[in-house]
Design a binder for this molecule. Structure first.
Ligand SMILES: Cc1ncc(COP(=O)(O)O)c(C=O)c1O
Length: 370
């Protein structure tokens, strides 16, 4: 890599984040129309924004003005729905933006970031970008957290710990007792609930979410997003729930105009369309289960249970990347990984019934050795 004068060497030399390509780019590469792709690689919502969100976007009249830097209306409506105070909420351009602000505030040289791979790669990427030490504490074979080892890594250090619940890509939830044990270390614990609405089968949910606990604990923060359950991934809108003092700090450190006007309008309209969105969540969860059944009939795939809108599979006796490539050639996009812990795995998002049919047909085709 070229060395640029004054660029911080550790950033110039570090690995970048591996994002997914948009459908039109992949379609061009494959020489097929993008509408014919089964896009199951990004954990996106195949049904898109809700009807009220679409109407809000079509009627948007403020695109020439800067957005509200404090997202007052959205925070007020979110607070009412969640039963918290608006001072407990911070909005971001997706949860990625909030992860960035958190690392800006808490990660840095001399600080430690503890992650539990396999997990969402953004945590490690951002921690390294801000110059923190990254400690990886591998999950157990059933993907539960090795809490004792994590607590050892957190105790006595100026540390943050990122946990996804449900975890991407393993699909399992953080258990309450695991979280309680980690909170006793005094480290900042960030629980990323990007997929929790699929476990809850609606918004905001009460059964699996940890946001009520975040109001009571000064070292816990919960992140949520509109990307998955509300189908707004392209607009970039997420939020965090935390104690007021912590929220004030995060509000201070974020970029003032981080959430654009279209995203704020679509998020507000989504919160008025909860019944439609709940039905879509149910359809996606039903499709995930149908997909799991179909995948379990492929002899060289092992499917793990999932509470999110995707499934993780282990590929046995075959090269996972070759399977990924074979599916891609047939217009079926799934996620494969270069991280050693996931070299033999594929993650497949739950899509529309048509997408599942195409996936299962393509796998059958590969199974028959064609
Ligand atoms: C666990 C997890 N957190 C956060 C995100 C990013 O969410 P957003 O679109 O809100 O930035 C993702 C995206 O795939 C994710 O898997």
């Amino acid at each position: 890599m070229a060395s640029f004068p004054l660029a911080r060497p550790y950033i110039a030399e570090m690995e970048g984040y591996e994002p997914i390509d948009p459908p039109e780019v992949v379609a061009r590469e494959l020489g097929i129309p993008s509408e014919t792709l089964a896009k199951l690689d990004g954990n996106e919502n195949p049904y898109g924004p809700s009807p009220k969100a679409m109407a809000a976007l079509a009627g948007l009249s403020t695109a020439h003005l800067y957005p509200d830097p404090w997202q007052r209306e959205l925070r007020r409506v979110l607070a009412r729905g969640l039963g918290v105070d608006e001072g407990n909420i911070v909005c971001g351009a997706g949860s990625d933006d909030l992860l960035d602000v958190i690392c800006r505030l808490w990660a840095g040289p001399g600080r430690r970031v503890v992650v539990a791979p396999p997990t969402f790669g953004m945590y490690e990427f951002l921690a390294r970008l801000y110059g923190a030490e990254v400690v990886e504490v591998a999950r157990r074979p059933d993907f539960s957290l090795d809490v004792e080892a994590m607590a050892r890594a957190l105790r006595g250090a100026e540390a943050i710990c990122f946990l996804a619940s449900p975890n991407n890509p393993t699909g399992n939830l953080v258990r309450r007792e695991e979280l309680e044990a980690l909170l006793t270390t005094g480290a900042l614990i960030v629980v990323d609930e990007a997929y929790v609405e699929f476990a809850e089968q609606g918004w905001p949910g009460r059964r699996y979410t940890f946001y009520p606990l975040a109001l009571e604990r000064e070292n816990l923060m919960v992140l949520r997003t509109f990307s998955k359950w509300a189908g707004l991934a392209g607009l970039r809108i997420g939020y965090g729930i935390m104690a007021k003092e912590m929220a004030a700090l995060v509000l201070k450190a974020k970029m003032p105009y981080n959430v654009n006007v279209a995203a704020q309008a679509a998020a507000l309209a989504s919160l008025e369309d909860l019944e439609v969105l709940r039905e879509r969540i149910r359809a996606i969860v039903a499709e995930r289960e149908r997909m799991a059944q179909g995948l379990s009939r492929i002899p060289w795939l092992e499917v793990y249970p999932s509470q999110a809108n995707f499934l993780l599979c282990r590929v046995m006796d075959r090269d996972a990347r070759e399977v990924w490539q074979g599916l891609r050639r047939r217009g079926v996009l799934v996620r494969c990984y270069s991280h050693p812990s996931l070299r033999h795995h594929l993650r497949i998002s739950a899509g529309r019934p048509l997408d599942t049919d195409r996936l299962l047909a393509a796998l059958q085709w590969l199974n028959e050795g064609r």
